[in-house]
Design a protein around this ligand. Structure first.
Ligand SMILES: [Zn+2]
Length: 104
């Protein structure tokens, strides 16, 4: 199921005269995402991804994103703590001993 965005002009017209209660919640949620650490490598740079079947929950105005670590590519749900894919830790760490290639 793909989500289709509403025309911004129509959305603005519908919201006229109503108090903005979404922006403070959005800022709090972004702070929550920024405070996460990767369960695989301990990194803190993520790309938000979403499964349209799981994005929206009953009684929650904001979508719940999954986070994909930019270092090791693992995917986890920061809301439940469940790690969905393991990723590749070898991508996250720079070896302390450089890998030398032989003359052959
Ligand atoms: Zn990671």
């Amino acid at each position: 199921m793909d989500l289709k965005e509403m025309d911004p002009q129509i959305a603005l017209k519908l919201l006229e005269g109503h108090k903005d209660v979404i922006s403070p919640l959005q800022e709090e949620r972004e702070k929550f995402y920024r405070g996460q650490t990767c369960p695989g490598c301990g990194g803190n740079a993520f790309t938000k991804t979403g499964d349209s079947r799981l994005l929206f929950r009953h009684q929650e105005p904001l979508p719940r994103y999954l986070l994909q670590c930019d270092n090791c590519d693992c995917v986890f749900d920061p809301h439940t703590g469940i790690q969905l894919t393991m990723g590749n830790r070898a991508k996250a760490y720079v070896p302390t001993i450089p890998i030398l290639e032989g003359p052959d």
